[in-house]
Design a protein around this ligand. Structure first.
Ligand code: NI
Length: 143
């Protein structure tokens, strides 16, 4: 477990008041954890831009759209170097939910996600990326 450091932060009262309202709404019990999450979030963001990421692409689509399931599969084969796994659920008679788990260079992960999401017939799609390296270091819960 990493050593815990205490820091003092000067912040104007109005900004702090708004921050407190914001974190209360998010369910934080104290400022420290909220600050740590914000810092981790920014570090992940910068690591994501620079290097290796893990991510998920969530897709909702109509599987009756001509050639759509084939296109989704073909693309995932083309990017087999970054695709770890795919989860598929049949939501109702028409719609499918697919979650693709990815790992690799952020540029390539982003590129595959963009290509999947933009296929005709995909009704909604979203990529979420994270950097396990940044998150796992210095992650511990203190008051
Ligand atoms: Ni399905």
């Amino acid at each position: 477990m990493a050593e815990l450091s205490r820091i003092g932060v000067s912040i104007d009262s109005d900004l702090l008041h708004r921050f407190d309202s914001y974190i209360a709404g998010k369910g934080y019990e104290n400022r420290s954890e909220a600050f740590r999450d914000l810092i981790r979030d920014r570090l992940v963001e910068s690591a994501v831009v620079a290097g290796n990421v893990v991510g998920t692409v969530t897709l909702i689509y109509d599987h009756h759209t001509r050639l759509l399931p084939e296109k989704l599969t073909d693309l995932q084969h083309e990017y087999h170097d970054v695709v770890i796994s795919t989860l598929h659920a049949h939501l109702d008679h028409e719609r499918c939910l697919e979650v693709v788990i990815l790992r690799g260079k952020s540029k390539r992960v982003q590129q595959l996600a963009d290509r999947l999401i933009s296929i005709k017939g995909v009704q909604h799609g979203r990529l979420v990326m994270s950097s396990p390296e940044v998150v796992s270091r210095h992650t511990h819960k203190h008051g």
